[in-house]
Design a protein around this ligand. Structure first.
Ligand code: FE2
Length: 377
């Protein structure tokens, strides 16, 4: 028997780390056709079917497909009729990220701690239960129409969340080695970065661990600024970008134009073997940004000795950068929808905790070539 009830809140302000997070619980995308989107992520990215909710399970206005790969869980939700907030979201933004859901021990308290520090509630704490136990969900608004959900599932043993049934499929493509969400980047409007930095500091208790200004991130034409926000244990990282003035249109501005507002620009997915993962993704049709072959000419001089052979990195277009603690390998997909909005980063960290600043110039020149092809530079 499924039940839904309001979850009481204990109104006591905490000190110190008032919002302990265990990581990203799931990323939910609002899409025009969830059935086909789930198939694409299974086929191209190597996810497996996990759970489903829709008309057959008593949900009358939308359908949601849940897929999983290691610790990565994606949810694809689509409206069944026009008069629906999910439909409004898609009409305005196209396919995109709606929920960045965070794993907590106490979703009612996470809601209280954040809303009492200024967050706008998106969902008061609700307890959902079924025969597999109970889960508590709450939510707050962040940039644009994006929402952070707080998910408390310690008393739940079901396949995903109450209300969902197991989705058993006869089509089970193999994994591409993607492991978990490394970070999720938000694009915000002109002069809005510091407002959202303050939001993550004051409302969620995050801190600013890295900053890039337009001197770090500018090419001949386009520029952006970025600040990386991290929670206390470093499991959740949200870089925030805003456009900066350049000769031509910033890539962030192109996103804001086509997403029709602020939103999630990219989700970075971790792997332990980027050469194998990217080889597999490319074989399955995922397209990546390419840097010129000359990028690799002075690579070892710039980053020092690395474990990998240069030849496969060069062939696949994988970038390398080093910081004080080690190095990282990364590559960026082209947008995964027709609007030049959301894309994915594939990242393998070998000690480095940074974000590939040394690659920004080569990368942004590659991005600008794409932007120019679209007539948006
Ligand atoms: Fe990134």
């Amino acid at each position: 028997m499924n039940t839904i009830s309001a979850m009481p809140v204990n109104p006591v302000m905490k000190e110190g780390d008032f919002l302990p997070l265990h990581g990203t619980d799931f990323v939910e995308f609002y899409v025009g056709n969830a059935k086909q989107a789930a198939h694409f992520y299974k086929t191209a990215f190597g996810f497996q079917s996990l759970a489903y909710a829709g008309p057959e399970t008593g949900i009358k206005d939308k359908a949601s497909y849940v897929v999983r790969q290691n610790k990565l869980t994606f949810v694809f939700t689509t409206p069944l009729r026009a008069n629906n907030p999910v439909a409004d979201h898609i009409y305005k933004h196209g396919d995109g990220v709606k929920h960045l859901a965070l794993m907590v021990d106490d979703a009612a308290d996470a809601w209280f701690q954040t809303t009492s520090r200024g967050a706008v509630s998106a969902m008061e704490p609700i307890k959902y239960s079924d025969e597999s136990g109970e889960a508590v969900v709450s939510g707050i608004h962040t940039y644009g129409d994006t929402v952070h959900l707080f998910i408390e599932r310690k008393n739940y043993n079901g396949v995903f969340l109450p209300g969902y049934v197991a989705w058993n499929s006869s089509y089970n493509p193999t994994s591409t080695g993607l492991l978990y969400v490394d970070h999720c980047v938000g694009n915000v409007g002109w002069n809005q970065m510091n407002k959202w930095v303050a939001f993550y500091e004051n409302v969620l208790g995050f801190r600013n661990i890295l900053s890039f200004d337009d001197n770090d991130i500018s090419t001949e034409y386009s520029a952006l600024m970025s600040k990386v926000m991290s929670n206390g244990n470093g499991f959740v990282k949200f870089p925030i970008n805003e456009p900066a003035e350049g000769k031509k249109k910033s890539q962030v501005e192109e996103y804001l134009d086509f997403y029709d507002g602020e939103g999630c620009q990219h989700v970075a997915l971790a792997t332990n073997d980027i050469v194998a993962t990217v080889t597999e993704l490319q074989n399955r049709g995922i397209e990546f940004l390419k840097v010129p072959a000359s990028y690799y000419d002075e690579l070892l001089e710039r980053v020092g000795k690395i474990d990998e052979d240069i030849a496969p990195l060069k062939e696949l277009g994988i970038l390398v950068d080093r910081d004080d603690e080690g190095y990282l390998l990364q590559i960026f997909s082209k947008p995964v929808e027709d609007r030049p909005t959301l894309f994915f980063e594939i990242i393998q960290r070998k000690g480095a905790k940074s974000f590939g600043k040394g690659n920004f110039k080569a990368l942004f020149e590659a991005l600008e070539r794409e932007q120019d092809l679209r007539g948006n530079l």
